[in-house]
Design a binder for this molecule. Structure first.
Ligand code: PMP
Length: 392
């Protein structure tokens, strides 16, 4: 039966992780996989997470199932984190990571409107298109990244969404765009909101990096503006990066509904979609997040550590832009300063990416996406030199 099994499409980032692991050189640098790293190249368990784990260990008396839509206290805390004041017409469900939250929301749309069409940014996180294709819902792509300026092609993006209607779902990155690092301004979010109001398309906001751009509140200004003005929208949150809970798989799917009747129906559907896809969502990471967000002291410490992480990333952005300025005698890499989040696209060709990998042991994804957090201050000069030598 398995003899005719097609070879799965290799995932470029996972393949890069394997190549990096096999490289015997000391001092090699992995800018591939999207995990936060500290100055020593470690991805630490956050302090507040450790304390919450101890508390959970002490107080948890059972591991029996939670609810099909997860623990409502976790869902409520996550919704408040994203939206601030929350309206009472929100439906929501815990999910296995941001990926799980996206998958649940895709399924909800498939049930609510089988003919609906999805649209993603060009480019986007590769799993958006991969998951949708696996559901026979290959997405359209709206113009987004300008390879010349490394900014957003906003006029073209706006023209694209202005051509959409009530059968269209537009996936937007809430902040810290992956893979490009180029983000929408608040004014641009406002213009997109006007378009959604007028044309009736439905936003699905992928919020995987809240707090890693400019701040917990700053990063969701656009999302909050949209939520305040639109009757409906969807949000997929991940706790992988901002809580460092990658392998614990904590995430949340939220649907802002038009009214209470719609909310009840959507809530019941989310629970039944969870049942269909994986039954109960993992609760360990969700329980930690709920403890942290609802305990003022732990929350303050979590926010402080998140601020340190963000500061490190933005400091590396400054340092790398400066090193590239000096090595290339030009300001064409200053976009790295303006970009936010873990990633930027350097703008190198596949051959240049390979040359930097071979000569300096620095691993970027083939499209020249780099995880800024994978760098350390002492490597900035080496990286800039290698990039300049490769003619980037
Ligand atoms: N969306 C985006 C844009 C991402 O970058 C990621 C993580 N790489 C996710 C969603 C999903 O994250 P996870 O499932 O690990 O929580």
């Amino acid at each position: 039966m398995f003899a005719t099994l097609p070879e799965p499409q290799p995932d470029a980032i996972i393949a890069l992780m394997a190549a990096f692991a096999a490289d015997p050189r000391d001092g090699k640098v992995d800018l591939g996989v999207g995990v936060y790293k500290d100055d020593h190249g470690n991805t630490p368990v956050m302090r507040a997470v450790r304390v919450a784990e101890q508390r959970l260990h002490d107080k948890q008396t059972t591991k029996t199932y939670t609810k099909l839509a997860g623990d409502p206290a976790f869902v409520a805390a996550m919704q408040k984190l994203a939206l601030g004041e929350t309206p009472d017409r929100l439906a929501g469900a815990a999910a296995p990571g941001g990926t799980g939250a996206l998958r649940v929301l895709f399924e909800l749309i498939a049930r609510a409107a089988p003919g609906a069409r999805f649209h993603i940014s060009d480019p986007s996180w590769p799993n958006h298109a991969a998951m949708l294709k696996a559901m026979d819902k290959a997405p359209g792509a709206y113009p987004y990244f300008d390879a010349e300026t490394r900014g957003v092609r906003f006029e073209e993006m706006l023209a694209y969404v202005n051509g959409l209607g009530t059968d269209d779902v537009v996936i937007l990155h809430g902040c810290c765009h992956n893979p490009t690092g180029a983000n929408l301004t608040l004014d641009q979010w406002q213009q997109l909101t006007d378009s959604a109001v007028e044309k009736g398309w439905l936003p699905l906001i992928d919020l995987a990096y809240q707090g890693l751009g400019d701040g917990l509140e700053e990063d969701v200004q656009g999302v909050r503006h949209m939520a305040a003005r639109l009757p409906r929208l969807m949000i997929a949150q991940s706790c992988s990066k901002n809580f460092g809970l990658y392998r614990d798989r904590a995430g949340c799917a939220t649907v802002q509904c038009a009214d209470a009747d719609e909310q009840a129906k959507v809530q019941a559907t989310l629970a039944s979609v969870n049942r269909l896809l994986y039954s109960f969502s993992p609760d360990h990471g969700a329980a930690l997040v709920e403890i942290i967000l609802n305990d003022p002291e732990l929350r303050a410490d979590w926010e402080a550590e998140l601020t340190e992480m963000r500061g490190r990333i933005n400091g590396l952005r400054e340092g790398l832009a400066e090193a590239l300025r000096q090595e290339t005698n030009s300001d064409r890499f200053d976009f790295i300063r303006q970009h936010r989040g873990m990633f930027s696209r350097l703008g190198a060709t596949k051959e240049q990416v390979e040359q930097v990998r071979e000569e300096a042991g620095i691993y970027m994804v083939t499209d020249s996406r780099m995880n800024i957090a994978g760098l350390t201050q002492d490597k900035l000069r080496d990286f800039a030199r290698a990039a300049a030598a490769a003619g980037v």
